[in-house]
Design a protein around this ligand. Structure first.
Ligand code: HEM
Length: 456
């Protein structure tokens, strides 16, 4: 990195690309959201768009992004009300990812301690142990789509972390919910008219989704009731949350507990995609792979990694960071103004939306040399310190930044190292991995990742 941060002119010039009559830019966005926002960035750092009658401001400079996340954060809500969010209400409830205001602040304060470093060591150990049990069954030589394999492992891991060993008996129920929700999301991505339907309209897949959520709720509430009766202090998240209390001495109710635990589980479901994109990249950079293998063999030599190994696995950590730069699973983040305010002097009115696109900022040559190349070395401390904080925000920023960030990085590094020291995952030739998200928040590999599993 040789670039230094260029401040935008203040106030920034507001660009207004022409849209179609009535629909504005909605169709261009719908056809290909990633290239749409990349194209918007060509107009400037502060671009006024229009989706139907609604103005949306696209911001693409670390200073502007910081203003929205941090300095003027209190002028914005993280979530817009809409049919899309209402459909997911039964799943997310009023959990952290979707709540706002005083309630969100209370819940965030109650939740924060369970993600502390002292607990991460346990979670990391459990993650490695669960993964190791699965790795023993991986068929060497076989060709498989590694995404569902990793999804199953990740769900085992988070079930153990959230509910302890007893939760693993309900893994199938959890899978049913997550798969049904994802399927319904995909259906709605393909056909937006589905959002016009009442949320409970009994299409077969909608019914499956609601039934799966209902079945999951039953055993989660049973686990909460059992925990309240005799909290066994197993160290899992449920046990810890049963003990937390706010400033007035009040803990979480059953519904609140259920919602927060489910939000954690759904948030964690991003992990399989981190691995798919990481392996895809690693396989295309054999020199880097050689260096990684050397790191794994030197530091681990076949034994299980633990949190104490993290400082000695820097190349693995840079690999994960670089993967999340090129493939930020949360590829776009929006905010809604709750009051009239100004960003870098430009007025934003109450009710108007701003949008920041990780996919675009992370690939901006002002902050990243050769931005489309996979170069984990850019995260070496000397080079990384020149990257502006809000030029890289795979986990968002400000008070609403991802609560699972530390856990994600820990698991991703430990598991990548542990799987990588044992297996080489060779993507089948001829595959394309071009991300094409619909309006959904996640940058999933569109067709999974077919690999041949080889022993190291
Ligand atoms: C690569 C993996 C992940 C990515 C890229 C990611 C990304 C994000 C981002 C960008 C936000 C902020 C959204 C906003 O500002 O509107 C967020 C929030 C959140 N994430 Fe993650 N996340 C990941 C993994 C996880 C994990 C493992 C968990 C749970 C263990 C989790 C739980 C949450 C929750 C509960 C929130 C809401 C926090 C709040 O608003 O207080 N995420 N995540």
């Amino acid at each position: 990195m040789t670039t230094t941060l260029q401040p935008p002119p203040s106030p920034p010039t507001l660009a207004e690309p022409r849209g179609y009559p009535v629909i504005g830019h909605a169709l261009d966005y719908r056809l290909n959201p990633l290239s749409f926002y990349s194209h918007c960035a060509e107009y400037g750092d502060f671009v006024r768009l229009r989706f139907g009658p609604h103005p949306v401001y696209f911001l693409n400079h670390p200073d502007l992004i910081k203003e929205v996340f941090v300095t003027k954060g209190s002028s914005f809500l993280a979530r817009a009300e809409g049919r899309e969010s209402r459909f997911f209400d039964p799943l997310f409830g009023h959990g952290l990812a979707v709540s706002e205001g005083t309630f969100w602040r209370r819940q965030r304060r109650l939740m924060q301690p369970i993600f502390q470093r002292s607990h991460l060591a346990d979670y990391g150990g459990w993650a490695v142990a669960q993964m190791r049990a699965q790795l023993d069954t991986w068929p060497v030589g076989d060709v498989t789509d590694i995404r569902p394999v990793m999804a199953r492992c990740a769900r085992r891991i988070i079930t153990k972390i959230v509910f302890g060993e007893a939760g693993l008996a309900h893994l199938d129920s959890l899978e049913a919910v997550l798969n049904a929700a994802l399927k319904e999301y995909d259906n709605r991505d393909r056909n937006w008219l589905l959002y016009l339907m009442p949320e409970h309209f009994p299409t077969p897949s909608n019914r499956r989704y609601h039934e799966a959520v209902e079945a999951m709720n039953q055993w989660i509430y049973a686990a909460i009731a059992a925990g309240r009766e005799h909290n066994p202090d197993r160290g899992d998240m449920l046990c810890q949350l049963l003990k937390v209390q706010d400033d007035t001495g009040v803990g979480m109710g059953d519904r609140e507990l259920r919602d927060e635990l489910v939000n954690v589980i759904v948030g964690h479901d991003t992990l399989p995609d981190v691995f798919c994109w990481a392996w895809w990249q690693i396989a295309h950079y054999p020199d880097w792979e050689d260096r990684l293998v050397e790191e794994w063999q030197t530091v681990l030599g076949g034994r299980s990694p633990s949190m104490e190994d993290i400082p000695r696995l820097p190349l693995t950590e840079w690999t994960v960071k670089e993967t999340l730069r090129l493939y930020p699973l949360a590829w776009v983040t929006g905010r809604v103004a709750t009051q009239d305010c100004a960003i870098a002097g430009q007025p934003i009115h109450a009710g108007e939306n701003v949008v920041m696109c990780q996919w675009v900022t992370h690939r901006d040559s002002r902050w990243f040399d050769h931005p489309n190349s996979f170069n984990p070395q850019r995260w070496a401390p000397d080079a990384a310190q020149r990257i502006p904080t809000h030029a890289y925000y795979p986990f968002g920023g400000g008070p609403r930044a991802c609560i699972g960030q530390g856990l994600t990085m820990l698991e991703a590094v430990l598991l990548l190292a542990d799987i990588g020291q044992r297996f080489k995952l060779r993507p089948l030739p001829g595959q394309t991995m071009v991300p094409h998200p619909g309006p959904s928040f996640s940058l999933r590999p569109p067709h999974g990742l077919q690999v041949q599993i080889l022993a190291r």
